[in-house]
Structure formats: structure tokens, C-alpha cells
Design a protein around this ligand. Structure first.
Ligand SMILES: [Zn+2]
Ligand SMILES: [Zn+2]
Length: 463
């Protein structure tokens, strides 16, 4: 994709070199040294390697070295941290003058985004899809940084994509790189990662960790001392001793164990609230930071029918088959319990299935950091605010309602589940982001799904 353009490039690439520009590469030779600060973290070290690698690659020459001081005849490129208040969380500042280039972030991840900006801006490279085949650039033997300052901050704080269909511990480093190079920021499950390379690879790429998901029963039955093969017996014993933890369905307590299509535990039981909170705190303490818990129900609409649970539902919600007040009553209670033990715990709410709409009987606790708003069935043929689209009329009201609660929210946009039901939605998606940015100030970003080309797929996808 790149070599073919070499000859053409040699003719048109003679740069208009002014004395005010900083030469990073000249005729394929490094004219800079990359310098890390003392105590640089894994993401900064990764940023330095990426910068060196791609400067060498784009110039079709040698990579600049990473050292403590600039080599003779080269200018320094400093990767550093900054507390400049114009640089927001995950943002960066690039300053070039006649003698040096500085790439600064508030934290390591900002430095990494800054490095990619330099490569895009002065090297002309783009990363179109994961892996080497997705690298698009023309060989540029001389790479020059323009004098001046560039400051960029993210428009949205949430820029994650769920990696679906693959095993959760697939390394997918190509996909993670592609995401970071395009200013995304991934989260991954926080379970203890035993693969050393996987852990290091995620740290380098500033992957944040997350707990929870469909987690009501998993949190109730969590016990790290119980082996997987003994788990069912353990939960059966719990069911026998404490049937009141489990859902009452049509007059009978029902055994329920995982976060799949099993009915929810009894969410008004005081012990259930305590156990769920304690286990969430245990998991949080062991997780790589930064970490957030996504508090979602077992993946089904069936909830406990005991008198205490039913009493929580306002009549209007009961009539509409909505369970939102019940979800938020449980979420608030669990969060209050968690915060007693771990004030630094980060908690994310969810709107989904029969608890999508904002609750009328209770407000989300102010300590809920953000909310994931599931937009699973919105129409991607029409704009979100298209009043003539009956589907989006509902989705508009629903998104607006959450915006107006004042809690930051991001949308889970199931644009193409595993390539199934795919439509050309890119334009509509981009327009939606612009719309949200303009009219819904509490919107924190979009979250969609991708099947990573470098993932490890279970057998059922090997067709
Ligand atoms: Zn109940
Ligand atoms: Zn429509």
C-alpha cells in the first residue's frame, strides 16, 4: 500500500524548508532523539516506541533512538507530562520551535495521543483498520514538524468499543493499537489477567478496566475461593439456606445463578444488597486501576415478584410494565453500601430492557459517575430527532430524558451486531454524534461493537 507511491513521492516531497521548521527525519536519516522523562510509565514508553517505529517506517529509513539526552546532530523530542490547564483529561499539547519538539499530556495516555497526532500531522499516516494492512501512508524521507503549538482535548470522555464474539482474553493488540491511533480509549474486563504479555500490552495501550456487566447474580454468588467446578453446588447450598435471596416467580422461589437469561435475585432483600456490595468492593480492590463497575441486570426482563419488590414499583410504571424505579432503588442501595467501604469506587448505571426509561419513583444517586443508555433498536436510517420516524421519536424522548437527569450518559449503539443486520449507517452515526454534542450537554460519547480481526473466535463463528 505504501511502497508503490515511493517514486512519485521523491519528486513532490522536496519540502519548503524554512528556518522555523524542525526536521525530525532527513532523507531517511533520524534527525531527532526521543527523550522520556524519568519514571515514565508503560504508556509513555509505548508512545516513544511508536513514535520511533513510525518515523523510521514513514521515512523508509532508520528509527530515531530513544535516549536520555539528544544524540549529536539531532534535536530532542521530549515526551512529558504537563499541568497546563488548557490540556484536559486525555488531551495533549504539542509545541515545536527551532530547537525542540515537546509532546505533553496530563497523563501517559495524552502523550500517546500526542505522538499519533505528530505522526498523522507531519508524517501523513492514517490507520484505517487493525493490522499492518490497514496502515495508509506515502513514504516521506524527510519529516518536518511545523513551528507552533497544537492543543487537542477529547470531545467525548467515553470512546470505547465492545469487542464482541471473541474470547474475552483474546490479546487483540492490533485492534487496541488501531483504536488508540484513532483517539479511542478501550475498557476491558478486570478479572485477574494471568497472561503476562496481555497485562503488559493492555497497560502500554492505557486500557481501563471494568467490572460488572450482567452482574446481579454473579455478584451475589461471587466467591473467589470456590473453584468453577464447585460453583453450582455452592450456589445450591445458598439457595437451600437462603431462598429469600432468590426471585419469587409465580409464587415460588427460583434457583438462579449467572448473568445470562436467569431472573434477577430479590433486589429488595437487605442481605442481597450487602452481599452484592461487599463482592463488588472485593473485585474492585483486586482490579487494575482505573476501574469502573457497570451495574447491569441478569440479561432478562424477569424480576422478583415478592411483596417487598412489587411495593417499590409506582403504579404508573407497573401499568406500563416498567421496572426503572426498582432498578434504581437497588442500584442506589448497593452504591450507598459500596461507598461506605470504598469511597474511591467508580459506579456506572445502565438503562436497558424494562428499566430503560428514567425512574419516576426515585432519582439516581449523585455518586453515579455515568450511565450507559442502551440504544439497541434505534433507527439508523433517520436522524435521532426525526419526528416522522416513529422509532426514533421514542429514542429521542428517551435520550433527552436521560440527558435532563443531569448525570453524564453515553449511548450503547448496537450498529452492527457481529456483522448481522448491517446497514450503511456511518453518516447517520456521525450526524448523531454532532447532534448530541450540540443539544445534549450531558452526553459523554458513543459505544458500539466490533468483531476484532485479530481476536480468537469460538468454534461457532468458524463458518
Ligand atoms: Zn423480592
Ligand atoms: Zn426511522
Amino acid at each position: 500500500m505504501k511502497r508503490s507511491s515511493l517514486c512519485l513521492f521523491l519528486f513532490c516531497a522536496l519540502p519548503l524548508l524554512s528556518f522555523a521548521d524542525l526536521v525530525l527525519m532527513e532523507k531517511g536519516q533520524p534527525k531527532c532523539t526521543i527523550i522520556l522523562r524519568k519514571g515514565a510509565g508503560p504508556t509513555e514508553k509505548h508512545a516513544a516506541k511508536e513514535l520511533a517505529h513510525f518515523l523510521g517506517k514513514i521515512a523508509n529509513g532508520k528509527a530515531p533512538v530513544i535516549a536520555d539526552t539528544a544524540l549529536k546532530g539531532t534535536c530532542p523530542v521530549y515526551l512529558e507530562l504537563t499541568d497546563d490547564e488548557q490540556v484536559k483529561e486525555e488531551g495533549f499539547k504539542i509545541t515545536a520551535n527551532d530547537n525542540e519538539l515537546r509532546i505533553a499530556g496530563r497523563e501517559g495516555v495524552g502523550v500517546l495521543y500526542g505522538v499519533y497526532k505528530v505522526l498523522k500531522e507531519y508524517g501523513g499516516i492514517r490507520w484505517l483498520f487493525p493490522g499492518k494492512d490497514g496502515e495508509y501512508y506515502k513514504v516521506k524521507p524527510t519529516i518536518i514538524a511545523k513551528n507552533g503549538t497544537i492543543i487537542e482535548n477529547p470531545s467525548f470522555s467515553h470512546r470505547d468499543i465492545s469487542r464482541v464474539c471473541i474470547y474475552w482474553n483474546s490479546p487483540v493488540m492490533d485492534t487496541l493499537d488501531w483504536g488508540m491511533r484513532n483517539n479511542m480509549r478501550f475498557q476491558s474486563r478486570a478479572e485477574k489477567i494471568s497472561l503476562k504479555n496481555l497485562k503488559a500490552g493492555r497497560e502500554a495501550r492505557a486500557v481501563k478496566s471494568q467490572l460488572g456487566g450482567h452482574c446481579f447474580s454473579p455478584l451475589l454468588t461471587y466467591n473467589p475461593d470456590i473453584k468453577a467446578k464447585d460453583k453450582k453446588a455452592y450456589v445450591q447450598k445458598m439457595f437451600k439456606e437462603h431462598p429469600e435471596y432468590f426471585p419469587l416467580i409465580r409464587g415460588k422461589r427460583v434457583f438462579t445463578m449467572d448473568g445470562g437469561v436467569n431472573p434477577q435475585p430479590c433486589t429488595t432483600n437487605a442481605d442481597v444488597i450487602k452481599i452484592v456490595a461487599n463482592n463488588a468492593v472485593k473485585q474492585f480492590r483486586n482490579a487494575q486501576k482505573p476501574c469502573i463497575l457497570i451495574f447491569g441486570n441478569n440479561d432478562t426482563t424477569q424480576w422478583c415478584q415478592c411483596a417487598n419488590c412489587l411495593a417499590v414499583d409506582p403504579q404508573a410504571e407497573r401499568d406500563a410494565g416498567i421496572i426503572s424505579t426498582r432498578y434504581w432503588t437497588f442500584a442506589n442501595a448497593v452504591l450507598a453500601e459500596i461507598k461506605k467501604q470504598a469511597p474511591d469506587f467508580r459506579f456506572e448505571g445502565w438503562t436497558y430492557q424494562n428499566y430503560s426509561r428514567a425512574p419516576i419513583g426515585v432519582k439516581p444517586d449523585k455518586r453515579v459517575e455515568q450511565i450507559m443508555v442502551s440504544n439497541h433498536r434505534r433507527c439508523w436510517k433517520h436522524p435521532l430527532d426525526d419526528k416522522n420516524c416513529p422509532t426514533n421519536k421514542w429514542y429521542y424522548d428517551y435520550n433527552k430524558e436521560w440527558n435532563d437527569t443531569g448525570v453524564p450518559f453515553y449511548s450503547y449503539d448496537e450498529l452492527s451486531y457481529a456483522g448481522y443486520a448491517f446497514l450503511p449507517v456511518a453518516r447517520c452515526w456521525v450526524d448523531s454524534l454532532i447532534y448530541y454534542k450540540k443539544y445534549m450537554p450531558n452526553y459523554a460519547g458513543s459505544h458500539t461493537e466490533i468483531c476484532c480481526p485479530d481476536g480468537i473466535f469460538p468454534k461457532r463463528f468458524h463458518r
